[in-house]
Design a binder for this molecule. Sequence first.
Ligand code: PGA
Length: 277
Amino acid sequence: MKSILDQSGPVDDVASAKVRLPVARFRDASEASKRVAREIAQLIRQRASENRRCVLGLATGSTPVRVYRELVRMHREENLSFFNVVTFNLDEYFPIKPESPQSYHRFMNENLFNHVDIIRSNVHIPSGTIPLENVSGYCRDYEDLILRSGGIDLQLLGIGRTGHIGFNEPGSTRDTLTRMVRLDSLTRKDAAKDFGDLDRVPLLAITMGVDTIMQSKRIRLLAFGEHKARIVQKALQNRMSSTLPASYLRQHPDMQYLVDGAAASCLPPSIFGTPLQ
Ligand code: PGA
């Protein structure tokens, strides 16, 4: 059987089309993470100086951990306050209890929220415990909350080996909103190490949709390591389609990929919009 990574369309010749895609390559994951953390901190401070809130879309997984570490450091050492920050997380497994070790509620508390001065009622993470019959209303309310908060100023993203953003797996169309989804088998396989066993990985999740993500004012996608190199190349160069949801990000007016050398290893040199950092 064909693997999911072989199913996408033809490769566009980005160089000959003279398209400069917003990809910045960094020496390592730490440098890229610090760059994004600095951008987030600047945005938070700028908004605070205008007496406005800063709405952040946040991601989980191994990729953003260093960004959160740097933000916590800036909170401790550089007086960065999260008092005006409102957050919306991309996704959560379903079902899952918030105190479960693999829950994204727990991840966010341990990596960020427990260490900064964010107002808890400003934190939003899709629930993994709502009754099934309430899910669609719950997802509509999540969208509504994002809109009423003024929309996401900056959305932080990782990318899964399926090409997912959030848990928008292959098949997720450009117009999708927050909803319940079935996890791709490759995503579940990648999550098995966290759950100890593939059978313990939930089959479902609640995720913001592709359109929810695309409505963010800025998008910053981080990808680190050799295991992300092929999917990064495809997301940037293959035909835009629902077989690779991350490919839609190329339509966004303020989107940037921040990658390390290993994740950039399948990209042609002509693709880099900014020089090596
Ligand atoms: P990772 O996951 O950061 O653990 O690699 C990224 C993702 O699935 O979006």
